[in-house]
Design a protein around this ligand. Sequence first.
Ligand code: BYC
Length: 475
Amino acid sequence: MSSINYNDKIPNNVNLSEDKTLQRALEHWQPNYLQWWNDMGPNGSNQMDVYLRTAVSTTPEGWAHFGHVKMPDYRWGIFLAQAENERKINFGEEKGRAAWQDVPGEHRANLRRIIVTQGDTEPASVEQQRHLGLTAPSQYDMRNLFQINVEEGRHLWAMVYLLHKYFGRDGREEAEALLQRNSGDQDNPRILEAFNEETPDWLAFYMFTYFTDRDGKFQLNALAESGFDPLSRTCRFMLTEEAHHMFVGESGVSRVIARTVEMMRQHGVEDPAQVRALGVIDLQTLQRYLNFHFSVTVDLFGADQSSNAATFYSSGLKGRYEETKRDDDHLLKGQHYRILEVADGKLQEREVPMLNSLNEVLRDDFIRDSIAGIGRWNRVIEKAGLSFRLSAPNKAFNRHIGSFAGHRISPEGRVLSEAEWAANERNWLPSEEDRAWVASLMGRVIEPGKMANWIAPPPMGINKQPIDFEYVRFN
Ligand code: BYC
């Protein structure tokens, strides 16, 4: 099962040729997908040869092949991680039973909803990023953007495979709808809010891939625990690809910081206006972008109290992050969790039933992981001898989903009046002027090895290639 057959029209390791009906259905969807890629994928990129990795195996050793390809010719395929022998359902009411190889009738609607929600984010992110190739700060970065885009496209294939194979006509209709909703579309938007926001510039792109792709990591890990084995195996392989996306975000922000502090030291300036005059992004603007992307992503985990989350867990559909490594009964009945809420005009903790709080549990795991990377960014600033530090805002800050929606909370976690919020919003979130400033720095740099002025070079290239390798041939 581990090797991938590239002779098929749709590369796969699921023996697609043995299921003619499914194969035909997917081959029917394929041209619609390619049309979507053409219409909504990376702008003006169809003629470029891009140094991309393509999955050739699903075992950890040497799973990918690197080579120059035109993106419309990329071999998007269907790859599941190796089956685990006699895998069991590891949590919820059916804990201990054999994992499902088919969809249990009673869980059909919920599973479909989870798969559609996951699937919807993948093409959404490609749509959000489609114009960024036009302003890439280097060939290296342009290649990384396109790598992420083709893999998000493959993740859409992963969910569409599940819909077609296990959900019959409903699944096929959902697969069509995944190509019809569009990020930011007034009439037919993407499902989750963060995927209707714009990713207007490269700082936003790095923040998105750091924070929002990390939501992907946590959600996919939770789904990799699913009792529905095909979903688990699909998500396990998607996670192999996801790691690079978060790397692009973390190292991208880190390189922006490195260039800024280098210029600050060289010129002995700290005032944001003076820093901007050097053509680099001031740390205060970085903090505001961080606040925005952190808060929008934190919303993606859903409401803090959710009966859906409890149902997904109890019925074995969606586990916790690292469910099987946790040392408890994996049923969670009668257990409690401390959530944060606004009471008596301030943020206070309250103990609530754990099962209804599983969105919050996953959100808190995500926050811990996010903060660790912010610490690594701060070390770059610290090494330059500067006292400024980046920080994650309070999780109640700028929320639109859950119990904090409708409250105004400062990044430090103080409950504010509308007037206090209005007076400070531009210190906390990117203003129009911040965005215009960052946009003014964006301009495509295409000479191999050259970087835009506002970003430091990466420490090393992709797949052991030098930094000045020709990652993109423009033809
Ligand atoms: N925006 O009971 P609740 C990735 C809705 S990222 C808009 O809390 P639930 C990637 C909700 O639908 C990972 N609406 O909901 C990253 C519900 O609506 P209804 C994506 C929202 O179901 C970068 C209502 O509010 N994967 O892979 O417990 C690039 C009540 O909410 C939002 C997944 O998310 C929102 N943010 O939790 C590419 C995994 N949040 O039914 C890719 C699958 C909630 O009342 N999804 N609502 O009309 C899920 O597990 C769940 O759907 C959620 C929501 C955790 C998202």
